[in-house]
Design a protein around this ligand. Structure first.
Ligand code: PMP
Ligand code: GLN
Length: 399
């Protein structure tokens, strides 16, 4: 049976449309299934294998037991919207009205989808950086937008500013920013952020900023939300989620903060995607956002130790490694080991070393994938014993 529909545009945008016309599953699902099938250590999909803070987990359990299991309000429960507003004030000095300028969503995933669907009309151009998180391409495709990319090149993965200036034009409706960046772990410099704001103002574009790794900065790196830059707030939708900060990626509690008319436009779409979600998890994430500063600092210092452990293992195995300044992932260059095709290496890695990674080329448009071909992404949001075991296994790759 041949099925036609907008799934084809989503699959094409997320680079999942096979030459025979069928849609593959995402690279994350494919690699997690490969790990499950082979018993390999899964350093592919980015999710923690350790629990979140007990205070947060206990709130969800109490809420379920107490009967908080029906639809929450459309914009999210008031205490969570207030906690999000307070979080933006506490960490960044940003003021957002909890009633009109905050929206709770089904993960950052829904916030991104609803935003892109709400703001993009047929043929509008959307600029993202490349490599890019696969959802951006899929949603741009669903919205019938035109996807333009600006490359990020190793080792620092910062965009070339002239290339950025040449890509943003009057046809650009949205610039999608993702800092800290998945998959590279890059943190955009202030100069890059200022250039994006300047271009958005000049060409009257909106900025959508995906900041789900906002609390995972290492080595003194500091998170600068683009909405804090002069001129940015009124045209920016800032998106984040509780998944990475509280080790609750399965709860799917995300949010966005933006000026009220933008929130209203996104809500108009969001209410027909999920309507609402996660009633017992919303108060739990509100409790998490209110944890003391020490919690957020220890989260980052723990992850920095994990990053260093896996980076050491990858280097010892012979990969070329640049330390990421933020996020969940290390990008490893497989050329020193004699591999030039990361996608092929990832398919064989369970058999060669009992480990799963994700090729960076999966985050690129087909015409640009070659530039990133030898690079593989490994997640370090795993227990230390798991990372040690993975490092030992990877050592078997050494020629
Ligand atoms: N954006 C980026 C850059 C991500 O890495 C992820 C998931 N890991 C998401 C969005 C989706 O977040 P959520 O799980 O909250 O939907
Ligand atoms: N964001 C996670 C990653 O990059 C996975 C999310 C997903 O599977 N959609 O690994």
């Amino acid at each position: 049976m041949t099925v036609h529909g907008s799934w084809e545009r989503a699959a094409r945008g997320a680079l999942l449309l096979d030459p025979d016309g069928s849609a593959r599953t995402t690279i994350f699902a494919e690699m997690s299934a490969l790990a499950a099938r082979t018993g390999a250590i899964n350093l592919g999909q980015g999710f923690p294998d350790y629990p979140g803070p007990a205070e947060v987990l206990e709130v969800a359990q109490r809420e379920i037991a107490a009967g908080n299991n029906q639809y929450p309000p459309g914009r999210g429960i008031a205490s969570l919207r207030e906690a999000i507003s307070e979080h933006q004030r506490r960490f960044y000095g940003l003021e957002f009205d909890a009633d009109r300028e905050v929206l709770v969503t089904a993960g950052a995933t829904e916030a991104l989808a609803a935003t892109i669907l709400a703001l993009i009309d047929d043929g509008d151009e959307v600029v993202t950086f490349e490599p890019f998180y696969d959802e951006y391409g899929a949603c741009i495709g669903l919205a019938r937008g035109v996807h333009k990319t600006v490359p990020l090149a190793a080792p620092d993965f910062q965009p070339d500013l002239d290339r950025l200036r040449a890509t943003v034009t009057d046809k650009t409706r949205l610039i999608v920013v993702n800092t800290p960046h998945n998959p590279t772990g890059a943190v955009f410099s202030r100069e890059v952020l200022e250039t994006i704001v300047d271009l958005a103002e000049r060409h009257d574009a909106y900025i959508v900023t995906d900041e789900v790794y906002e609390h995972l900065h290492y080595d003194g790196s500091v998170h600068v939300p683009i909405a804090t830059l002069p001129g940015a707030r009124e045209r920016t939708i800032t998106i984040s989620s509780g998944g990475k900060t509280f080790n609750t990626t399965g709860w799917k509690i995300g949010w966005l903060t933006a000026p009220a008319p933008l929130v209203d436009a996104v809500l108009a779409v969001k209410q027909f995607l999920t309507y609402v979600n996660g009633s017992p998890f919303q108060p739990a994430i509100a409790a998490g956002l209110s944890l003391p500063d020490e919690f957020f600092a220890s989260l980052a210092s723990d992850l920095a130790g994990k990053r260093d452990l896996l980076a050491g293992g990858l280097r010892a195995a012979g990969f070329g490694v640049t330390l990421p300044r933020a996020g969940y992932f290390i990008v490893a260059d497989a050329r020193p080991l004699g591999f030039t095709d990361g996608a092929d290496l990832c398919r064989r890695l369970p058999e060669l070393a009992g480990v799963v990674g994700v090729p960076i080329s999966a985050f690129c448009l087909p015409e640009n994938a070659d530039q990133y071909s030898p690079l593989v992404r490994f997640a370090f949001c795993k227990r230390l014993d798991v990372l040690e075991e993975a490092s030992q296994r990877l050592a078997s790759l050494t020629p």
